[in-house]
Design a protein around this ligand. Structure first.
Ligand SMILES: Nc1ncnc2c1ncn2[C@@H]1O[C@H](COP(=O)(O)OP(=O)(O)OP(=O)(O)O)[C@@H](O)[C@H]1O
Ligand SMILES: [Mg+2]
Length: 461
């Protein structure tokens, strides 16, 4: 155990001058730095001025006694170790003092060795606590994650996304967010809006794929009274509602060609014309669009206008699929466990190593959204403080990514089958922490058959 570089600092609180003097001499000789106070009040003043490692406190004192002192410094008890000194008849009080957070008590009269021993014991505890704190802060430094808005990540690729998004949030440039379904496009768009100087103005999301084509125009641009049957009063469109703020055009690839032209005009002139209105209105909007499609391909197929594509693609953010940033899985998992612990009122601590192995190996076609659903389900199902393999859907272990190609040369199907079998068995064993019964179940083979294969392939698990 490491000894502290500076001598430990002790405060003696006792109303008897002789006691203060004797204790000071003993402790100074043992290498402590010593201060003394003659009652609780003076003790408090000293505590406020100095952080003591230990406090030796008498129980019976005029003015403010030991118990009142202890109550008064309760907020410091985490950082300092208090030992009560109980004279004859105050033993019960000493025990109550321990309930209030005092670490120990010694009975008066005591021998010099006794007090030194008590301090030594307390010092060891103090060192342990210090080490614990250091370990904790080291762990949280290792665990330090990247954050942007409500997103967390650990991977370099997402760090780059966050850096770019943070930069863009300070500008009004049009942003196009690419990413498969469930990769966090909504969250990035919101993050950009709410981190920027438009954050107090509206953020208006529009799902371009979710509104029927004939309604989409009036939704976006609004209309004048009488523009069509049923238009019995003027109505503002979503562009107008987003004035001063941000409009988020989600699934922009779904925007019908007729509206693509109209959107292009909005982007060029920052003007909108409600249906049935002869005049245009100026709007001050920031446009963020998102798509899970490959817009360049759509442009090549002429289903997406090239000019609009270039207008939107001024700054592009590409969200990598989860399978390409496996490092993010543990931090996301922790985040979702915390979220659903709160929501469902559970106290799940984490994920067992075999279950984590399965989470890491899965291909996540539904990306972060799929992971979130899996964790929510597991938090509900789990009967232990840890999420276990059996709390994960069976489908997960079966849809793991295919083994890395290139391990096999030649044409023999038999040979290829053996290699695949061996890999899958090893993976199943890793995922179940060597539990052969569970591994056999995952592999959909019998237990004896698994044992025989383990032997054949010399798998030593
Ligand atoms: N990095 C992340 N950190 C925390 N939560 C995330 C992260 N990425 C995604 N999520 C969560 O995953 C879910 C899906 O995210 P989001 O809705 O932003 O994805 P999307 O790309 O817009 O999907 P879609 O294309 O289906 O609309 C949400 O519940 C979101 O909170
Ligand atoms: Mg979305």
């Amino acid at each position: 155990m490491e000894t502290p570089l500076t001598p430990e600092h002790v405060l003696i609180i006792d109303d008897e001058e002789n006691m203060r003097h004797v204790l000071s001499v003993i402790l100074k000789n043992a290498g402590y730095r010593v201060d003394a106070a003659s009652d609780g009040l003076e003790g408090i003043q000293k505590c406020n001025a100095t952080d003591y490692d230990f406090i030796l406190c008498d129980i019976k004192m005029p003015q403010m006694d030991g118990m009142s002192f202890l109550k008064a410094i309760s907020d410091k008890i985490g950082q300092t170790t208090v030992i009560m000194m109980s004279a004859y008849g105050t033993l019960d009080t000493a025990i109550s003092a321990m309930k209030l957070g005092a670490y120990d008590y010694i009975s008066k009269p005591f021998h010099a060795d006794e007090i030194l021993l008590a301090l030594k014991k307390a010092g060891e505890r103090e060192n342990l606590r210090r080490e614990n704190r250091q370990l904790k802060s080291a762990v949280s430094a290792i665990e330090a994650n990247y954050r942007f808005g409500n997103l967390v990540a650990k991977s370099k690729s997402m760090e780059n996304v966050f850096l770019l998004a943070a930069k863009l949030s300070r500008l009004t440039t049009t942003v196009l967010i690419y990413g498969e379904s469930g990769t966090g496009k909504d969250l990035v768009a919101k993050g950009i809006h709410f981190n920027g100087n438009r954050s107090r103005k509206p953020f208006v999301p529009v799902n371009c794929g979710g509104i029927p084509e004939n309604l989409l125009e009036s939704e976006l641009f609004g209309y004048k009274k009488g523009a069509f049957t049923g238009a019995d009063k003027d109505k503002n469109g979503l562009f107008k509602e987003a004035d001063g703020g941000t409009i988020f055009l989600d699934e922009i690839g779904e925007l019908p060609l007729s509206l693509q032209v109209k959107l292009l005009r909005v982007l060029q002139d920052r003007e909108i014309r409600p249906i049935g209105d002869a005049r245009v209105q100026k709007v001050d909007i920031r446009v963020i669009a998102a798509t899970s499609r490959n817009l360049e391909e759509e442009v090549a197929r002429r289903t997406f206008r090239e000019d609009l594509f270039y207008r939107l693609n001024v700054m592009a953010i590409k969200l990598p699929p989860l399978r390409e940033r496996v490092e993010d899985i543990p931090v996301l998992t922790r985040l979702f466990i915390r979220k659903y612990n709160k929501e469902i009122g559970r106290q799940i601590q984490g994920v067992s190593p075999p279950a984590m192995a399965v989470l890491l190996a899965h291909g996540w076609p539904g990306n972060v959204r799929e992971l979130e659903n899996v964790i929510e389900r597991a938090v509900v199902l789990s009967e232990t403080p840890m999420i276990l393999l059996e709390n994960l859907p069976d489908s997960l272990s079966n849809t793991a990514r295919p083994p890395i190609p290139g391990l096999f040369h030649g044409f023999s199907l038999k040979e290829a089958q053996k290699i695949t079998e061996k890999q899958l068995i090893e993976k199943a064993l890793a995922a179940t922490a060597g539990n052969r019964t569970k591994a056999a179940r995952m592999l959909e083979i019998s237990h004896p058959s698994l044992l025989s294969k383990i032997k054949t392939y010399h798998i030593d698990k």
